[in-house]
Design a protein around this ligand. Structure first.
Ligand SMILES: Cc1cc2nc3c(=O)[nH]c(=O)nc-3n(C[C@H](O)[C@H](O)[C@H](O)COP(=O)(O)OP(=O)(O)OC[C@H]3O[C@@H](n4cnc5c(N)ncnc54)[C@H](O)[C@@H]3O)c2cc1C
Length: 378
């Protein structure tokens, strides 16, 4: 199997790169460990920003398709404290705030539908990769199949198998863990949680803990229950038993008003634990012939800047355009891409680290309200 641009990972970043290359008439193959597009729920809402994610979709020729999946009202935001006091409540009446919300799964589907048949090879888990010299690499998949390539792109997320080719850095635990929960058919079945979350995004915070939640277009609530705890705490709870998991969380939130605790106690179905990791804020590497990274593989950060998916798509579009602009000169294309990538990533990663400290610090939630006021004034 030989192909010129080989992309590992069919997340938003890898798919956007394949699409932008396709727009420029350059063929690529994407290798993805999931067995099929439906193998895993993609879940959750994403704000797509007009200064990065939307620009990438424009470069991909998919702006119209994107406009069609915007969730009206999704940019509403509110901040509450543990007593259910509303400290900030901004509506999204026009839906023109520059950060419209879309469902991640639908966005991924738009990208998948835009690629020529066979671009994504499903069920291909990279298990090893080695340099062959002269900028060429050999990738080995579970089962023993291999592929060689002159341009390898690691778009394989937080635990990238491609990253070690360029960097010895590894993600570190941020000290904050999420447990994801859903409340289905919220207005009818969960009126208290529904009234707390409102029409868009909720931040309910106290020092060291809180709830981040979205209302989804299907009327359900997706809640990230967040705690600043040692990693061992997350591992010590049996999350496969939702009742036990909810009891452990309810204990942590004992000091919250009872209606706020319904965000835990009324949750439906499985709970998904997620330890939040990040790469060093200034992660970068020396140029290595024939290989680069994008998205979380390059700059995993906590979700508190709301930039990870936006940057993954933006990186991908910039890389695709750089490859198209330097036909026959892979090294110049990758050098041009990385020159912009490193400062851009470091700025967002620093913001994510600052926001994480601010959301769970001693002044929460007042610190977040002040930050929104500062953004509004800027
Ligand atoms: C709880 C949470 C909330 C978030 N909220 C937001 C938000 O609101 N806004 C925002 O912009 N960002 C958000 N993010 C960040 C965002 O999800 C990521 O930054 C984004 O998904 C990165 O895209 P990616 O394409 O780089 O990687 P991924 O989406 O992780 O895709 C990587 C792909 O590579 C595949 N893969 C991995 N290993 C291998 C292998 N060995 N072989 C083959 N394939 C492999 C994976 O299966 C996956 O499909 C959030 C993240 C979390 C954890």
């Amino acid at each position: 199997m030989n192909t010129e641009v080989t992309i590992i990972g069919a997340g938003l970043g890898g798919l956007t790169l394949a699409r932008v290359l396709h727009v420029h008439g350059i063929a690529a193959t994407v290798y993805e460990l999931d067995a099929s597009p439906a193998a895993r729920p993609q879940g959750g809402m994403l704000d797509i920003h007009d200064y990065n994610g939307q620009l990438a979709l424009r470069d991909a020729g998919l702006s119209e398709q994107f406009q069609a999946i915007i969730h009206p009202g999704g940019q509403a935001v509110r901040v509450l404290d543990r007593h259910r006091t509303v400290l900030l409540d901004e509506a999204d009446e026009q839906g023109d705030g520059g950060r419209p919300e879309v469902d991640r799964g639908r966005l991924r589907q738009i990208l998948l539908d835009s690629l020529p048949e066979g671009t994504v090879r499903w069920g291909r888990k990279v298990t090893a990769v080695r340099a062959l010299g002269g900028g060429r690499h050999e990738v080995t998949f579970a089962g023993g199949e291999t592929a060689t390539t002159g341009l390898l792109v690691g778009a394989d997320g937080a635990w990238s198998r491609i990253r070690p080719l360029v960097s010895g850095a590894a993600p570190a635990y941020t000290g904050v863990s999420f447990v994801e929960a859903d409340h289905h058919d919220a207005d009818a079945r969960h009126p208290v949680p529904a009234s707390i979350v409102g029409g868009g995004m909720l931040f309910a915070l106290a020092p060291g803990q809180g709830f981040l939640a979205h209302r989804e277009p299907d009327g359900s609530l997706h809640v990230y229950i967040a705690v600043r705890k040692p990693r061992q705490w997350l591992d010590s709870v049996d999350w496969s038993d939702p009742e036990r998991g909810k009891a452990a969380l309810a204990g942590e939130f004992a000091g919250w008003a009872p209606p706020m605790r319904t965000l835990i106690t009324e949750a439906d179905g499985p709970l998904v634990p997620r330890a939040i990791h990040a790469l060093p804020v200034d992660h970068r590497w020396e140029r290595v012939p024939g290989v680069t990274l994008l998205g979380d593989a390059a700059h995993l950060m906590s979700p508190f800047a709301g930039e990870g998916a936006n940057l993954a798509m933006y990186d991908a579009a910039e890389l695709g355009k750089a490859i198209a602009a330097h036909p026959g000169d892979v090294e110049e294309a990758l050098a041009a891409y990385e020159r912009e990538l490193f400062p851009r990533s470091a700025e967002a990663a620093a913001e994510a680290a600052r926001n994480l400290a601010l959301c769970f610090g001693d002044d929460a939630p007042r610190s977040l309200v002040d930050q929104f006021a500062a953004y509004g004034a800027a």
